[in-house]
Design a protein around this ligand. Structure first.
Ligand code: GDP
Length: 445
């Protein structure tokens, strides 16, 4: 489904992973190629741009883990970003089809594969969830389309609403609804009429049907081969009708696949299923992780980096716990902790993860202990020399002045930091004697 993109990216990363050391320029070059490959796959420009920007940002503050090359790490970052862009804010929920009869409205342009997809989805819900399903075609302009749905329904073994000539789409929807409740169906799927282009007549008809049917789900079927057009169509349908998800058809072809990557970002709506052929069982749930894996085709490297990272984190936690237990907690250690906190969403994020910290979280917010403070503290530590970081006892008045000035802050801020450091060092020493410390550190890596 993403052969071309996959091949292009494969080429870029093969070159990258074969190099021992990577410079920023190597990464930048590779990312330029990634961007070109995305654009050629018809991913929209803002999405491609944002994608490479995020990979770049993550690739520059990387810990370099033993046993993994920088190129391999970049592959893992790209893999994670692919999942993120495919998945959007969070994983798509399952279809809302409890409380029968639930209506599913199928919308889309003519030729997108809407009727076929309706039958495919009906088959899937019947076979996998044992649902009783009624299909109804609302395509009053094309009697052939109504018959096509009836034939497909029989083929997949679900019922279809008898065709009555001369009724409007709204009348058919009404009749279908009554039939669905009286007949004890779990799901009513309404296959709305399509047009070649979005026009007002089509939209107002779909809106009228929607108001009668009160659908639990409104699924837009779009042709994945049409790339950015598919995304534009989705944005328009969503604006005018409101959609709950997208089905991308014809993803079996060697199409460019860009629609899959732009859809969530541009429309905010999840891709629910992909059509992978003309047959009635050629429908697959859309799984961002699997799709990202297919696009990149570098599962081994991703697994390798994950494993290496786990090992690295465990070792680092162990090392730190040992140091703390001996009472060694210098400014570098504090900086590591502060960096981790920032990475985890600041003080708020860290405290939110610890049980019973709700109250402290509030108090911390009130005391102004937020991300800005973390950043100021990190700036102060950055302004210290190596020696000073290793041994904060060196810090006398003149050094303090220099450090504060270097960070653009007052000496009083530095004093606060030093006090906090002493308290933390004491606490770390106490805690370090028990095993809890190692676990806590590991959780924070
Ligand atoms: P509608 O006008 O939107 O209802 O489109 P149809 O359901 O009639 O489909 C139009 C054509 O596309 C038919 O020949 C289908 O077999 C074909 N089609 C639908 N979905 C897919 C798909 O996922 N892959 C492929 N290769 N063909 C598909």
């Amino acid at each position: 489904m993403f052969e071309n993109l996959s091949e292009r990216l494969g080429g870029v990363f093969d070159r990258l992973t074969r190099q021992g050391a990577l410079t920023d320029a190597d990464v930048a070059t590779a990312l330029r190629e990634v961007r070109t490959a995305l654009l050629e796959a018809d991913v929209s420009l803002p999405v491609a741009r944002e994608f490479t920007k995020r990979v770049q940002a993550k690739a520059t503050g990387q810990h370099v883990t033993k046993s993994v090359t920088p190129g391999q790490q970049v592959v893992k970052i790209v893999h994670d970003e692919l999942i993120a862009v495919l998945q959007g804010e969070g994983p798509a929920d399952a279809l809302k089809i409890d409380n029968p009869p639930a209506a599913i409205l199928m919308v889309g342009l003519q030729g997108s594969g809407k009727t076929t997809t309706t039958a495919k989805l009906a088959k899937r819900l019947k076979d996998r969830q044992g649902k009783r399903i009624l299909l109804a075609s609302l395509d009053t302009n094309r009697p052939a389309a109504m018959e096509q749905l009836a034939i497909l329904a029989a083929q997949v073994g679900v019922d279809s609403l008898p065709i009555v000539a001369g009724q409007t789409a709204v009348q058919i929807a009404q009749r279908a609804k009554t039939q669905a409740s009286m007949g004890g169906y779990d799901i009513l799927m309404l296959d709305t009429a399509g047009r070649l282009h979005i026009d007002e007549v089509l939209m107002s008809e779909v809106q009228a049907v929607r108001d009668i049917a009160q659908p639990r789900e409104t699924l837009l079927v779009v042709d994945g081969l049409t790339g950015q057009d598919a995304v534009n169509v989705a944005a328009q349908f969503d604006g005018q009708v409101g959609i709950s998800g997208v089905v991308l058809t014809r993803m079996d072809g060697d199409g460019r696949g860009g629609a899959a990557l732009s859809m969530r970002h541009v429309t905010g709506k999840p891709i629910r299923f992909v059509g992978l052929g003309e047959k009635v069982d050629a429908l697959e749930e859309f799984d961002p992780e699997r799709v990202a894996g297919r696009i990149l085709g570098m599962g081994d490297i991703v697994a390798l980096v994950e494993k290496a990272r786990e090992t690295f984190e465990a070792e680092q936690a162990e090392r730190m716990a040992k140091r703390f237990a001996k009472g060694l907690f210098n400014m570098n250690d504090l900086k590591t902790q502060l960096d981790q906190m920032l990475k985890m969403g600041g003080m708020q994020g860290v405290m939110g993860m610890l049980p019973g910290m709700g109250k402290m979280q509030k108090a911390a917010a009130e005391a102004g202990m937020d991300d800005r403070m973390l950043r100021r503290q990190i700036a102060l530590i950055n302004s210290m020399t190596k020696k000073e970081r290793a041994n904060p006892d060196l810090l006398q008045a003149s050094r303090k002045k220099r450090i504060a000035a270097g960070a653009g802050l007052e000496v009083s801020e530095l004093n606060k930091l030093l006090k906090q450091h002493r308290q933390m060092a004491d606490m770390m020493k106490k805690m370090g004697k028990g095993g809890a410390m190692k676990q806590a550190l590991k959780g924070m890596m």
